[in-house]
Design a protein around this ligand. Sequence first.
Ligand code: SF4
Length: 482
Amino acid sequence: MAPKSIGKTDLSALPIARGRFEQEQVSAYLAQIFDAQELAAMSQARVDRRMVFGINPYYHALACGSGLRDASGNELLPEMPQSQAILALVLPRLAETENLAGEPDPSNQMRYTPSGSLAGKLLHKYDEIVLGHAAIACSAHCRYCYRADLFNRTTGKGWIRPEELRDYVITHNGELARQGELDPATGRRRFPVREVLLSGGDPMVMGNAKLYCYLEACGQAGVNMVRIGTKELAFRPQRFDQELIRMLCLFHERWPDVHLNIVSHFSHPDEFLERSMDGSYIARCHHYKWLAPVQCAAKALLSLNFVSIDNQTPIIRKVNDDADALRLLHQELRQAGIRSKYVLQCRHMKGYRAFAVPLEQAWAIHNRAMQGLSDAARSRFVMSTEDGKIEVLGMTGGHQEDSETDNTCLPAGRDLIFFKIYRSPSRDDNQGEMLIACRNPKAFWLSDYEDRFIHDGRSGGAARLQALLGSRSPSERYGNVA
Ligand code: SF4
């Protein structure tokens, strides 16, 4: 379903629109984008039950190109053409509910939450870092969000108080020190928590005073890095104003040894580059012209010597399943001093089929996007799975990255795909192990290879190989898997 063309001025007066379709602001907003029949179909399919709709005035102006001025009349955003990528990121799709396959808690994150009063409030998957749900809201909603279960409160996730986060880290590290940093059950070396990731939702939707409480709690916990996972640099860059910078400086004065790492979520260059009316980006000497609010925000943050910014984004159908757009994203972020860390396969959340690109195709898009980029500008293509961060290393047999291609035509059978366990959860001891499977062009996730692994380094790889194949070769066992 393609939204009808959005008028340039008719939506700009609308305030933030967030909530379910029946809410007045949301229905008024969507009625100007979708025709009545489309909206009724989405409403009947209960698209908003899967994921509440949300957009703020800045991101709205960026999506529809209406331009935006602040209260004093200063231009925040110029008039530009609509951005199809940004619209695709926030607008509901009927297909979201046509296939609701997927997991309510993608990657089984609740497996890594402590029991008792902190259940669902924090995740402790890797030894050295704890993730706390510091906020349960975002100022706009990505339709492909894998945290919908936190917003919808369907799997037991919830919000953690700063002191709970602090006390967990102190208690955990204290116990580990008493055990000589050894796991009493296995005798294996374990590592103390040195980093906290404030996540959500988006912690940057909190006011400065509340955010400071979390930072202070992290300082008291004794960690040396606080990471903040946020899309506000794209959704609402004016959030990164001088008041925030002053608050961060206060935090740094009090905790000078704690580094602050912003984990940004830019998905497409349209989120930070200015577009001329013909849709092209505006060339500068060695790069392109950035949107002033994003450039100011990034510069203000990076002017602080205790702050760094890393970017990560999933590859999403119709948003950024385009190698040229992804390459430009990496190139321009690098130019601005922002490191592209991960590009991720879309997680297996409920309704993922409307958003995910088949895994092998997504790898091929990422692979081509890396062409022409120096090492410093590149990222890894990974899946964040229950078994850790699994990097997709490559495939034999060629690949196809055209999203319109019928994937059943792709080469398969004897061809293999190679994965590596890049980060292993603390309970496992398999970091660096390989996973090798016969290719499956229809795969969207690791689980779609479960019946065709010829080596599975997650556990007992060799035994599994023998059990699966006996004396037969992969192609004898599976034949042509396309
Ligand atoms: S910013 Fe993150 S948590 Fe918020 S809606 Fe987007 S993906 Fe979900």
